[in-house]
Write a protein that binds this ligand. Sequence first.
Ligand code: FAD
Length: 671
Amino acid sequence: MSSIQETETIIIGFGFSCVPLLRELDRTGEKYLILSDPAPSSVWSALKRAGRLNFDLVSSYYTSFYSFDLVKDFRKDMYPLAGDFYAMHLSYYEKYKDQIIRTHVTRIENHKGFSIVHTDEGSYKCTNVVISTAFTRKIHDSLCSFDYSVKDKTIVFDTVGDSSNLMISKLLSGNNKIVCVTNGFLAFDKLFYYKGKTATLDQFEFHNLAPLGKFYRAFIGGSPYLFDQFFTNIGGKLKWKLKAARLVTPEIFWFKYPELIHRDEADMTRYHKGAAFPNGFIAIKYWPIDTYTEMFGKDLENAIRQGYLLNDLPLWIEEGMVKICKKSETQIDRENKTLSYKGEVISYDYFVQGGPEVPRLPQILIMNDGAGSPPEEYKYRVRKNYLGVMPENLSNVFLLGLIRPFTGGLANMTEMQCLFIHKMIANKSFKEGVTATLPSRIREYAEKYYITAKDKPTDHLVYYGTYTEEVAKAIGINITAKDCRSLGDVRRWLLFPNNAFKYRQFGEYAVEKCSEFVRYIEKTHDNWTAFVLSATTIGIYNLIAILFIAKLFTGGYVGLVGVGVLALLYYFLVARNLIILGLLAASPVFISPFNYFRFALVIIFLIATIWGPPAIVLPILGFEILMTVIARRYRKDISRHFFNDMANKRQYRGFIKEYMETYRKVVHGNA
Ligand SMILES: Cc1cc2nc3c(=O)[nH]c(=O)nc-3n(C[C@H](O)[C@H](O)[C@H](O)COP(=O)(O)OP(=O)(O)OC[C@H]3O[C@@H](n4cnc5c(N)ncnc54)[C@H](O)[C@@H]3O)c2cc1C
């Protein structure tokens, strides 16, 4: 034991995740050591070595970089290139490289209040251990080594995710046939575009409205029903809602291909009572062909060279370029390289395994001091860690970077986790308070955010803005109504996305210029006016419906029973399930000026309903339907569904050929 080196905190694994923690530990002068592999095994360094950093991230700039880097120059949001992301990692490696002790950690013995960390070369004693060793996943090997120059082959993926989608985008130009075996998946457009104005997916999630529960689901999901479909197994036997939704919006991918919706065996009590947006869901984020064409079509060669690749999976499925097979109905014979699905037998050449993300934890032994029982091996379960950071049965051990975002980037998660861990290390009374209440905190969080009774391999995936808010609350740096001094403050509190830098505008973890940065982003997003207009429009439509029923009653057209029946019909058939979907069908691209025109119209409709006879709602409804039909036919640019608008994609078919030819020329040197 005498050769054991002692320190306060040990960080195992140097990578991008631990950077904000090192910054805070240095700021408050804590003692720490970093132990990391002699040859870093990060997936990014492997991709760099393989010359494969030619793609763009699935997370936006604002969610992929840390607050203290973002404030250096206020830039417009976009999807950064993998090379730039890796360059940021390298710059931090350069900064800290002299502090890193290059050694592999083999085992941690966790005692009450301290740990012994064993490495290849020696042992260390410390109070706190922070493990930031990242995940491993089978598909990482394929990402680094799969031969993308193959042609006319059949390639099977047993997964649909961002990594497989990246691989598919590099394989299609070789005329390869792609087959994906999946339990269903979610897919979202990465960016909304209108005449040079852009908005990334993750900046339009309005996380602090999530406590509104169903209303929030209604707005974000297009309809509470669509949300229910995405997250649970409550489709129902008759599926009338799905049919009705399809009638109103037949060109949304999910209504066209309902068998591809992912459904879970949800515990319905948890689903109804829990967070509006539960944990455990995975979605691919892709460039829709219309946005891609608008943004990159004029200089395609350069875009492809940089790494902006067209990866519109719903379109590939629609065009028959990617075949999807339901996992539960597919038999795979790996020996004979065949796959059977619905009576069809497909011979394949390559099989790419996705595999779950598995934390690369060193062995951890719970030493059971004084209990008289032998040491026990720690078994990782996401749901048994507070905020995915503090395991219930370990003492002063923190997990960093093992919670991942559904949309947005890892940086938001890790920055907030780092602040939490720092406070646990640097503030004794805070640490005592959290530790004393740990089991109840873990239980409450799990009940709120997990809707399945059983653990899932994707339990570590969270909705970034509700997660950051939970961590901010735990640290005590969340923004509340009491902090608001002006309407602008209220708007920022409720509507500004919960990026980590939102919590660093003021207070104990303030970063200089974050407040100005938040205001800059607000300005470039028109202060979320588009959202306010859309939400108010929906509210006014509901008001018109209520006024109509009231007028029927006061005009003597229906009695109380009639009012009851109409109100129930309206609530269950329209307001609860379809109105929002219907509105979306007619909805102009929300960042286009057409939103204002539409809002003005709705105000006129409201005035007409107040002053006119009840029958006035008929021309109003008629006008709404006419406007929808005309816009969908002649102005697809302003009447596009937010996500997966198949009708809108169809008109860009011709671009696919041009894209594939350019890709072959740029990447493989032939057309
Ligand atoms: C293709 C791809 C695309 C991605 N796209 C995005 C994206 O768009 N946005 C986004 O935010 N994220 C994305 N990610 C995920 C994420 O950014 C990275 O995985 C992230 O860099 C992980 O950082 P980290 O610090 O947690 O881990 P790493 O950078 O992997 O660092 C962990 C370090 O720990 C060391 N280590 C491991 N075990 C031990 C041990 N026992 N002893 C000592 N050292 C050890 C490793 O050698 C490594 O140096 C993507 C990942 C992939 C694969």
